[in-house]
Design a protein. Structure first.
Length: 394
């Protein structure tokens, strides 16, 4: 049970998940994840978003244990991904008088996912519509593609509380505290980068649209669907999300490589040493056969330099490296100082494939170091040249 009053009549009633190992079946959850749900109490009470289906009973228990809440009049669905909508069928049964508020796409998705077909249960809203709860007003902002097409945000005007869906969310189950001033936020800030880059990374321009849409809103509390409620650190997380959505990088270099017998790995180590000798202090190295894709995406998204290497394998690029480049292309990665390297036994197809990825992604390749069979003195000279040119562009 984790009930917390955030502001007068605004309650956190979400749940923690410390058992799911991979979010969306893909992304590791070493410190869990929270599914945040909120109550806005008034003469009519609204629930803002629900939780994963497996945690529905925990949410209902939290609602039942919230002082002064006898029934739910409205369920506002800001986002339909099942980690937030999975409890809708059970909620709809537990609170038969509850009306479900969403936009046209939300309602269509609820019908599709959960087969709730009774139109009298739905209230459709458009951008900037309001619903009065009594003394408090809910105002709705449509913010498509942050992270799905139906996503919207809800603002409680009289309390300056903004419910933002996935925006400003992080991995990490809550550990006692709910609002940022009640906790050490550093683990969540770190997980915010991974959450954004892994999940929302493709939709930067839509995040920018949403931020522009919210520019006139003065929110005292930002309540996302995952992770802490933000109050003291709104400016900090706002800058992080804005920078990430603009692909504005931080200082540092990420090296991602794959290697079968150590020859490409050798070049990766040579490049890292050469960068360090030239003053680069933050260098992240990932062996794509062993590192989690989630963390490779995180670092590649975050840091300004990206160097990718792999050998030829079955007349194409080594599969784990190709998979990483696909992940980069999917997220439309940009604003990188980029270079490549690799090795081959008899056919230098790897370099061609890396060049094709770079061209498709409009990444300018600073240099490519190619090794036939194993590194030699010429490789050392080529690495030194790559490092000189790379560092000059960082
Ligand atoms: Fe947390 Fe896009 O769902």
């Amino acid at each position: 049970m984790n009930i917390k009053e955030i502001a007068p009549d605004i309650l956190y009633v979400g749940v923690n998940d410390r058992t799911t190992t991979r979010f969306e079946g893909l992304w590791p959850l070493p410190i869990g994840v929270s599914y945040n749900s909120y109550l806005v109490k008034d003469s009519r009470t609204a629930l803002i978003d629900t939780v994963e289906a497996a945690d529905a009973l925990g949410l209902i228990e939290n609602i039942r244990n919230s002082a002064g809440v006898e029934k739910i009049d409205y369920l506002v669905v800001n986002h339909m991904e099942p980690d937030h909508s999975g409890s809708i069928p059970l909620l709809a049964t537990a609170f038969p008088e509850m009306k479900i508020i969403g936009n046209r796409q939300t309602i269509s998705m609820i019908k599709g996912f959960y087969h709730i077909s009774d139109d009298s249960r739905f209230i459709e809203v458009k951008d900037n519509d309001v619903i009065e709860l009594g003394e408090k007003t809910l105002r709705f902002f449509l913010t498509p593609m942050v992270h799905w097409p139906e996503t919207m945000m809800t603002f409680v005007e009289e309390r300056s509380v903004l419910f933002t869906g996935d925006a400003f969310g992080t991995f990490g189950a809550l550990a006692g505290g709910v609002v940022d001033y009640e906790m050490d936020t550093e683990p969540y800030i770190s997980e915010m980068y991974r959450y954004y880059s892994n999940i929302v990374g493709k939709y930067g321009r839509f995040v920018q649209n949403a931020l522009a849409r919210l520019s006139g809103i003065k929110a005292d509390f930002i309540c996302p669907t995952h992770g802490p409620v933000w109050h003291d650190e709104i400016a900090r997380v706002g800058k992080i999300v804005s920078d990430l959505s603009l692909y504005t990088p931080e200082e540092g270099v990420t090296i991602v490589y794959g290697s079968m017998y150590g020859n490409t790995a050798h070049v990766a180590e040579m490049i890292a040493s050469a960068l360090a000798e030239r003053g680069v202090r933050k260098i992240k190295i990932h062996n794509a056969s062993f590192s989690e894709m989630s963390y490779m995406i995180n670092d590649a998204f975050r840091y300004k330099g990206l160097i990718v290497g792999g050998p030829t394998y079955s007349m194409t690029l080594f599969p784990p490296v190709a998979q990483f480049m696909e992940a980069m292309a999917t997220r439309e990665i940009k604003n990188k100082v980029f270079a490549t390297f690799g090795s081959h036994a008899w056919a230098p197809v790897n370099g061609k494939r890396l060049a094709e990825y770079a061209e498709a992604m409009k990444l300018d390749v600073t240099a490519h170091v190619e090794v036939k069979q194993s590194a030699d003195e010429a490789t050392r000279e080529a690495v030194a040249k790559l490092a000189d040119e790379f560092v000059a562009r960082l």
